[in-house]
Design a protein around this ligand. Structure first.
Ligand code: ARG
Ligand code: ZN
Ligand code: CA
Length: 393
């Protein structure tokens, strides 16, 4: 027998009481119970898993919209902070995390490279250009646990079409909940996605939840994964993934290896357990199959999204200064905050002609040598920032 899943902890209670205030139009959602729709998803998923050749899909990219619904100024995260979350997801969902080497030998062969990339959406649902980030100031604290979070009319931010975008809300979920994610079939479309507390979003410096893995875990739920211990404290309930060992209940903190309870050695270092960020390091091949099946399956279908991506180097992340200026042509650019990505710089002469363009991996500093060009005024552009450079030999 399957036990109820507890992915939206106290949240369901909050929603149950508020539901009537927001009539839902245009979906048959209200006609069936959550339990029924979750079960329907799982039945279909089983069929889909047994039929499809899921590993041969071409690279999958999921466009993301981040709804920053902030109250205190520090909750209004910077573009750099948001981008660091996208990069953390790409690290974890492509087995690019350096700490993967800490997976114990007995589990090494089970590591799943999910092969999904995430990007900030470049086009909004109306076809307009966007950077995939929406910012809304709200006037109540604790918005992350309120139904209003999902509705612009309530002071929150409306979901974008869930078959094309992964909706991530960044909002204050209080002191006890780091975030939550909707399991397929559990939420109506307008509340489907994940919610993460701003203090745990991105590479945020927090000693326990600083690596962006609250979002990794919640996207696991969003893509059909259950907690690795099967959400009930016994050895018979499992997560319906064959290659994750049975486990009685959640592990917290950062346990020593090995740990046993139900199985000789339990996989507490899985992203779907409750350990701290530095101690969760893998998804398995079985979890991968379940996530891929969910991607191409109702109610998600997001695996086929046609939405364009913003490339990480297109976002204006930093401002920069050129020095010395004037110079003999050798100029140092300093970026604050430091960039993390490829930056394309372009140099134009005073007639507007492009005389140099180059892509460089930039962090804090970039050296440019323009000494081959004659004395004069030049314009140096990176992203949308342009500055005048004077060369005087
Ligand atoms: N609150 C989350 C959930 O149950 C778990 C947090 C994941 N833990 C972590 N170290 N990132 O959905
Ligand atoms: Zn969870
Ligand atoms: Ca299992």
């Amino acid at each position: 027998m399957r036990k109820g899943i507890l992915i939206w902890p106290a949240i369901m209670l909050v929603f149950a009481g508020m539901r009537a205030q927001h009539p839902v139009c245009g979906f048959d959602w209200e006609d069936i119970s959550t339990e029924e729709s979750v079960e329907r998803f799982e039945r279909q998923l089983d069929t889909f898993l047994s039929q499809s050749n899921l590993t041969n899909r071409s690279p999958i990219t999921i466009p993301v919209v981040v709804h920053v619904v902030w109250h205190r100024p520090e909750e209004n995260l910077s573009d750099v902070g948001i981008l660091s979350q996208i990069e953390a997801l790409n690290r974890d969902f492509n087995a690019e995390n350096a700490d993967l080497s800490t997976v114990p030998d007995e589990f090494q062969g089970l590591i799943g490279n999910i092969g999904i990339r995430f990007c900030l959406a470049a086009i909004d649902p109306y076809g307009n250009p966007t950077n995939g980030i929406i910012r809304k100031q709200c006037f109540t604290p604790g918005m992350g646990l309120m139904e209003a979070l999902f509705f612009s009319s309530g002071g929150g931010s409306d979901a974008w079409n869930i078959s094309q975008y992964l909706n991530i809300w960044v909002a204050d979920t209080g002191d006890w909940i780091s975030g939550f994610g909707s399991y397929p079939g559990q939420t109506p479309p307008e509340k489907t996605g994940i919610v993460v507390h701003p203090k745990y979003f991105g590479l945020n410096g927090h000693p326990k939840f600083g690596l962006g893995r609250v979002a990794t875990h919640e996207i696991g739920h969003f893509l059909g994964l259950k907690h690795i211990w099967g959400d009930s404290p016994d050895c018979s309930s499992d997560d319906e993934v064959a290659d994750t060992p049975l486990q009685g209940s959640a592990y917290n903190g950062c346990p020593d290896y090995p740990q046993n309870g139900c199985s000789e050695s339990e996989m507490f270092m899985n992203y779907m357990d409750y350990v701290e960020d530095p101690c969760m390091v893998l998804f398995t091949e079985g979890q991968k199959q379940r996530m891929l099946a969910t991607l191409f399956h109702p109610p998600s279908r997001i695996g086929n999204s046609p939405v364009l991506c913003l490339h990480n180097d297109q976002i204006s992340l930093s401002t920069w200064k050129a020095a010395p200026n004037p110079s003999k042509g050798q100029v140092f650019l300093t970026f604050e905050p430091p960039l993390m990505k490829l930056a394309r710089y372009s140099v134009y002469n005073c007639t507007g002609q492009l005389i140099r363009q180059e892509e460089k991996l930039v962090n804090r500093e970039l050296f440019i040598d323009l000494s081959e060009f004659p004395n004069g005024i030049y314009f140096l552009r990176i992203d949308n920032h342009c500055q005048k450079i004077i060369i005087s030999h």
